[in-house]
Design a protein around this ligand. Structure first.
Ligand code: NAD
Ligand code: MG
Length: 391
């Protein structure tokens, strides 16, 4: 029987790569729901190609428009809108698998709902796990959901660990490309443009995660993500700069065996691995020719160049209680940088100041997490000199 999918964030980079893999295997997958925020034209094309039962967009106006256009083409997809509809399609009994590929904290309620409903959850939306950590993992266990990491590093670790079920590794080695500013002179970082920050040397991704890669906040979020996914203390998770992005991460065992997963930097590999697990399917990714790749190199990350990584590591080592604040302040600062309102170097400053003005609180429910997230966003906006958000 084919897997029935809900794809949250269908129009984004991960969403499109997922549909590319799905389209190669029509006998294995069908679409129950596709969701987008404002990319209505792209969602319209996707609905015509994949004929989901339901589509979700941000507003009533966009829903009415999309529904009208689809009907005119003989497509009967039901179009819903708003955050509650995202939760509903993530929890719906008509789907078995939820691909969580919304960017940022906006994806938390729907991703959590998928876990609470015992779905097979393919997790790309790392911010959701960073924000809700213990709560999310508890929901997975209680509802017997199956959590499959799509983030390439975590997918690599998952694959390495699958060979030794029940054996705990000693350490995890998370690789990082170092992004576009790995070798840029430090005194020019305050004047880099959003387009320069998004010009990642190896991966094509959405703009928010591209900036996170340039600041290496992404790797900090990934340390926290790995901590929760693999129940590994942050002290045992090492970050290694690996500019070629061929080794996607590694696992070290007590005997000092180091296991790695390699591949071309194309998200369709981890997506296909997670979609088909425990089987293997064609992903459309070009085969890796190691005789043609640049020599593989590894180095330590310089925390003076990447202060955001240092901030995230501090949060991780302090027990992750401030993860929500870290993520919220970063989302505010990255959005302001992308809008041309803040300098790149302001991102670390805003995140650092927001963290230092917040007391640790252990939060264990969605409402508490959302409240802390909201307060941190207000504080970060004030620190950045941005006007308050109007409802
Ligand atoms: P993207 O910006 O390309 O796409 C984001 C998707 O989320 C779009 O479909 C958009 O319409 C939707 N969306 C945005 N805001 C929303 C909101 N408020 N409510 C509902 N939907 C909303 O992002 P991406 O690069 O595909 O990344 C998605 C997630 O996957 C992120 O959490 C990112 O960290 C993670 N991830 C991405 C990559 C990658 O290669 N792109 C790799 C690893 C992990
Ligand atoms: Mg990653």
């Amino acid at each position: 029987m084919s897997q029935r999918l809900t794809l949250l964030g269908a129009t984004g980079s991960i969403g499109r790569s997922t549909l590319d893999v799905v389209a190669r295997h029509p006998e294995l997958f069908s679409l129950f729901a596709l969701t987008a925020h404002h990319s209505i034209d792209r969602l319209y094309q996707q609905c015509l190609a994949f004929r989901p039962q339901v589509a979700v967009v941000a507003s009533a106006g966009e829903a009415a428009q999309l529904s009208r256009r689809l009907k005119a083409r003989g497509c009967n997809t039901e179009v819903l809108y708003g955050p509650d509809a995202l939760v509903a399609v993530a929890a719906a009994s008509q789907c078995d698998t939820v691909v969580a590929a919304i960017v940022g904290g906006a994806g938390l309620p729907s991703t959590l709902a998928a876990a609470q409903s015992g779905k097979r959850v393919l997790l790309a939306n790392k911010e959701a796990l960073v924000m809700s950590g213990a709560l999310f993992m508890r929901c997975v266990t209680r509802a017997r959901a199956q959590l499959l990491p799509v983030d390439s590093e975590h997918n690599a670790i998952f694959q390495c660990l699958s060979n030794h079920p029940g054996v705990r590794p000693e350490r995890l080695l998370l690789t990082a490309s170092g992004g576009p500013f790995l070798n840029r002179s430090l005194d020019t970082l305050d004047s880099v443009t959003p387009d320069e920050a998004c010009a990642h040397p190896k991966w094509r991704m959405g703009r928010k995660i591209s900036v996170d890669c340039a600041s290496m906040m992404n790797k900090g979020l990934e340390v926290i993500e790995a901590h929760w996914l693999f129940a590994m203390s942050p002290e045992r998770i090492e970050v290694l700069i690996h500019p070629q992005s061929i080794v996607h991460s590694m696992v070290v065992y007590a005997d000092q065996s180091v296991l790695a997963q390699l591949g071309n930097p194309d998200m369709r590999t981890p997506i296909a691995q997670a979609l088909a697990y425990p089987q293997r399917i064609d992903s459309g990714v070009e085969r890796l020719d190691l005789t043609q790749s640049e020599p593989l190199s590894f180095a330590q990350a310089d925390l003076r160049r990447f202060p955001c990584l240092g901030l995230a590591l501090d949060v991780a080592r302090d027990g992750c209680e401030l993860s929500v604040v870290l993520n919220a302040a970063n989302e505010v600062a990255v959005a302001a940088f992308l809008a041309g309102v803040l300098a790149f170097t302001d991102i670390a400053r805003i995140v650092g100041e927001t963290l230092s003005q917040t007391r640790s609180v252990a939060i264990d429910n969605l409402e508490g997490i959302q409240q802390t997230d909201c307060l941190a966003r207000i504080r970060a906006r004030q620190l950045a000199g941005l006007p308050p958000l109007s409802e």
